[in-house]
Design a protein around this ligand. Structure first.
Ligand SMILES: Nc1ncnc2c1ncn2[C@@H]1O[C@H](COP(=O)(O)OP(=O)(O)OP(=O)(O)O)[C@@H](O)[C@H]1O
Ligand SMILES: [Mg+2]
Length: 340
């Protein structure tokens, strides 16, 4: 399949102000640090990683809600980083985003029918009101709020959290985009409705031929949904591979730690315990050695002084670790030990 999205050497550095009023200090936060990946048409790529590793910053740059510090984002052959605002407005019809909290993104003063009508008013203004209403009704049925008339006159607060997220999804697909970026679309929802939303996204992918970028901190959600998974740690991608490769044959010690705490990947809708590794992520230091060194149980001298580069292991599978081969046999046991 041809590529729909290519992210090349993307970086975001924030300036964080710290200190007292009299002794101001500026620190660079390397939120996203030289990441590259691509998504093929029809594919779902997951990005997983713990809080603060740069997932939302990545998605916001791709969706042009934030400017990059460096790098390129090529969508359908067009470099978004070199596109004008008016070009981006046109492209936006074809790339839409689903946010974590539907309550934040649906205008509480508008009825559902008007919320869904809004993108059509902007991008398909020549369509008659009846034509737009027909599309609104169709999409409401596609997101399984049936009969649509029962929901369209309501306000967001008159819907449950899951129903609100369905409306947010409907709004993002009503213009039939080719690409959807979803930032933790189920993490604010009740556990009981999460599976329904994930299955809806899979159905819509099939129905509308969507390509997706899915951000989650939950490996079981990623394994259920995604064709490929990129594992992010402290602003960098440390491993990327097919879902099978990541789950069955993880090579980076951090990926191994993630996999080891997810005891039963089939029960993806259950609440997961947080991964337990010593130490914390610190994005203010630009590492000279491996970014994972402070938490890695198998570190050697070289890990402190040399940044491992991404190494291609097989088709689709790459990892950034000096010792991905030598210790991979016994590491899972150690990680198991670390996470209990
Ligand atoms: N506007 C900002 N100004 C300064 N620092 C920021 C800003 N936005 C994000 N950061 C920092 O960038 C890093 C990455 O943040 P980001 O929100 O992308 O992480 P995340 O992986 O989405 O985390 P979470 O899982 O908690 O949503 C963090 O250290 C965060 O504090
Ligand atoms: Mg986030």
């Amino acid at each position: 399949m041809p590529l729909l999205l290519e992210v090349k050497e993307l970086e975001k550095v924030f300036i964080k102000k710290t200190g007292s009023m009299f002794k101001r200090k500026k620190t660079d936060v390397y939120a996203v640090n030289n990441i590259s990946f691509s998504i093929r048409k029809g594919e779902i790529l997951g990005i997983i990683g713990e809080s603060g590793c740069g997932k939302t910053t990545t998605i916001r740059m791709i969706m042009r809600l934030m400017k990059e510090s460096n790098g390129d984002i090529i969508f359908n052959g067009k470099n978004l980083c070199a596109s004008s605002d008016s070009e981006i407005t046109k492209i936006r019809k074809d790339m839409q985003m689903i946010f974590q909290d539907p309550y934040d993104t649906l205008n509480p003063g508008m009825r559902i029918v008007d919320i869904l009508m809004e993108p059509l008013n902007v991008h398909e203004s020549s369509l008659s009101r009846e034509g737009k209403y027909k599309k609104v009704k169709e999409i409401t049925e596609a997101i399984e709020l049936i009969p649509a008339e029962d929901y369209l006159q309501r306000y967001p607060h008159q819907l449950s959290g899951g129903q609100r997220q369905r409306i947010a999804i409907a709004r993002s697909v009503i213009l039939r985009p080719s690409f959807i970026a979803a930032d933790e679309p189920t993490s604010m929802l009740d556990v009981s409705v999460r599976a329904g939303i994930l299955n809806l996204l899979l159905d819509l992918r099939d129905k509308f031929g969507l390509t997706m970028l899915l951000i989650t901190h939950d490996l079981s959600t990623a394994s259920y949904m995604c064709n490929r998974i990129a594992v992010m740690y402290q602003g960098s991608i440390v491993e990327i591979g097919s879902t099978q490769q990541i789950i069955n044959s993880p090579k980076h010690p951090y990926t191994k730690a993630l996999v080891s705490v997810v005891k039963d990947l089939n029960h993806f809708i259950k609440n997961r315990e947080k991964m337990i590794l010593d130490g914390e992520v610190d994005s203010t230091k630009r590492a000279s050695g491996c970014i994972f060194v402070s938490r890695c149980p198998n570190q050697e001298h070289i890990c402190h002084s040399k940044l491992p580069i991404m190494e291609t292991l097989s088709e689709n599978h790459s990892v950034a670790c000096h010792f991905h081969q030598s210790f991979h046999e016994n590491l899972s046991q150690e990680m198991e030990h670390l996470s209990t």
